[in-house]
Design a protein around this ligand. Structure first.
Ligand SMILES: C[S@@+](CC[C@H](N)C(=O)[O-])C[C@H]1O[C@@H](n2cnc3c(N)ncnc32)[C@H](O)[C@@H]1O
Length: 294
């Protein structure tokens, strides 16, 4: 089945999950091509099968090249250990004793979609439950790639401040290297649902940070405030770290530079310096926080 047809089928099957971000009313699929709410706000399903729920256009630093590089970096396995860790957290803190036959997983700020798709793939290898994956991101270019690459997930362009889904529908929510909105997370999680947030630790991509931010206050990064904000809003049931290095050839180094917001506002001289230094491995230093409703 073509990705767009698969998406239309999935969207129809799950139409009860959707909420109109303009008026907060229910949405129904009409003629297999559009989602229309009771106030007649209409959101079309795109040619590749995603839905655009954005109410206003946004202007950010993120672009198509960044997401394409992120997609290639994921395919090279740079984040495989992160996926293994997320999968084991889902296993320990949700699925192990779970009696549900169907599990809704939402990735908020999913980017080009690889993390959600790879995690669901890993979960399907272990469990027989039906995993329903949904991903939202504010950037259309990211969601275009996600919908092209991973047809069995529902993809939406949407703002995490106005998540277009009904309340208390999600067993598991991911929030990976992405801003948070805890009032929305509190609204959409099921009573016993979990949120898994992944944030960089101070040595994440440290080889680049040292070159780009040499002798500035950005050379050192601390995630303390992010963790405090999480604990102010959800109950932390687990916090853990992983640290590993990945070997790189020049092509992958270029992609890592292209995929990371660390490169924004860095001079082309410094980018060239990083390339010339022939960095042959890069550090992935991550913190995982698992939370539940209070
Ligand atoms: C560093 S990227 C991480 C993307 C993806 N989670 C990954 O790890 O590859 C941050 C993502 O957050 C998204 N984002 C930023 N603000 C957002 C918002 N208000 N609503 C939804 N997504 C947002 C960006 O478009 C971007 O894709």
């Amino acid at each position: 089945m073509k990705n767009s047809d698969l998406a239309k089928t999935l969207i129809k099957q799950n139409e009860k999950l959707f909420l109109c971000p303009k008026c907060n009313k229910n949405i129904r699929v009409i003629n297999g091509k559009s989602l229309v709410c009771k106030s007649k706000h209409c959101f079309d399903i795109s040619k590749t099968g995603y839905i655009n729920f954005l109410l206003n256009s946004v202007d950010t630093h993120y672009d198509k090249k960044l997401f394409e590089s992120r997609n290639k970096v994921c395919k090279q396995g740079v984040f495989d250990q992160m996926i293994t860790k997320i999968t084991s957290l889902v296993d320990t803190y949700y699925l192990k004793d779970c009696k549900e036959s169907s599990i809704n997983i939402l990735d908020v700020g999913c980017g080009e979609g690889s993390h959600l798709a790879n995690t669901i793939e890993a979960l399907k290898n272990k469990y027989t439950m039906n995993f329903r994956g949904l991903g939202i991101d504010i950037e259309k270019e990211a969601i275009k790639i996600a919908s092209r690459e991973y047809g069995d997930i529902i993809w939406c362009v949407a703002d995490l401040a106005k998540i277009p889904f009904m309340s208390k529908q999600f067993d598991i929510v991911f929030n990976i290297f992405t801003p948070s909105n805890y009032s929305q997370f509190n609204r959409i999680l099921k009573k016993d649902g979990i949120l898994i947030k992944v944030i960089p630790n101070s040595n994440y991509l440290v080889e680049l940070r040292n070159i780009f931010y040499d002798d500035t206050d950005k050379q050192k990064y601390s995630n303390e405030k992010v963790i405090k904000h999480f604990s102010d809003n959800l109950r932390i049931i687990e916090q853990d770290n992983i640290l590993y290095t990945v070997e790189l050839d020049r092509e992958n180094l270029e992609r890592i530079i292209q995929m990371t917001p660390l490169s924004w506002e860095v001079s082309s001289e410094k980018i060239q310096k990083a390339l010339d230094m022939k960095i042959d491995s890069i550090t992935i230093d991550l913190c995982f926080i698992v939370g539940t409703l209070r």
